[in-house]
Design a protein around this ligand. Sequence first.
Ligand code: ADP
Length: 400
Amino acid sequence: MTDRPVVLVLNAGSSSLKYQLVEPGSGERIATGIVERIGSDDASARHEQAGETVESHGAVADHKDALHTALDLFAQAGTDLRSTDLVAVGHRVVHGGRRFSEPVVLDDEAVAAIDDLSSLAPLHNPVNLAGVRAMREILPEVPQVAVFDTAFFHDLPAHAATYAIDDEIARRYDIRRYGFHGTSHEFVSAAAADFLGRPASEVNLVVLHLGNGASASAVRGGRAVDTSMGLTPLEGLVMGTRSGDLDPAIVAYLERVADMDVDAVDTMLNKNAGLKGLCGENDFRTITAWIEEGDERARLAYDVYIHRLRRYIGAYMVDLGRVDAIVFTAGVGENAATVRADALAGLEGFGIRVDPDANAIRSHDARRISPDDAPVAVLVVPTDEELAIARKALELVRAG
Ligand code: ADP
């Protein structure tokens, strides 16, 4: 193995492919790029490397074509990927089911196993695999590694992973809480322990990953003991376009009274619910601006979001018994000071305080936003899923 190995990290979505070339040792981002509108005649691709941006436009038929486009952009930026110290390609794979608790090298058997899990994640695993298959064809000599969003939650305690439904049906159809965003929760937990200068094994955390998708987790001594997402990423917090928790009877009710079939309800809850369903917008920056203009739907959407978030914080504090830090991460968690302040307002009696000046500081670094003498630290810790995937991929190929 070389002195300065690099890993290409791929995140394949239904019509987009994001990639980053990462040096896991230093964390340096050598290049980042995205191909969008895959499957159309007017796809576009943007590649950033060494402060320069190269772009391309035109037809991109499928994920393999998208990868060729990415390799062309690397070449235009002066890098032949095959002649770098590329030691692995790390793929973000959403669902690892009961089977995968760790990253895995993608041989035919692992690919088949991930394919088998597609019924649990029909929107995600098939497109993740499209990226895997294309990359295995294009760079067959480079080991491909899958890093699963569910892995950090694989060993949730049974009482947290189990739904209170007929256990025979649950077993037959693999119904349990799997949890998602695990790569981020794990990365941020380790970084928070580092920030506190304590071993992860001694620290109890409530981690709030608030992006367009959002999830909370309770982490005791480095291990997840509860998380808000379930069988799918729909459960839990109010999100950009997902409802999060609701009375499951609503699904049957809509099918009966609103003449909606199961797919229509599924689409509504995943794509047209959450903040977007409540006020027509899922980006927090716009919602905040609307609230300032006096928009009442935006206000209610925000209040519902915060109420749900506080409910989970409370639940996880009780779950953990002792909490060392509450950690905010991802697009909203890292940037929206008002959300952080409102989520933790009035909790002084629990040892939780937010220092308004510290909370107002904008930074890309991990930071404390609670007063130094507060019993519970409140932290903002930027997540970096691509770096986490790159490090895991490197670790696995080194071990092999
Ligand atoms: P994803 O789940 O797509 O990975 P991110 O973690 O990138 O999402 O978060 C995206 C969300 O972060 C946006 O939808 C937006 O609501 C929010 N966001 C980004 N920047 C800011 C900001 N400066 N203030 C408030 N919210 C922000």
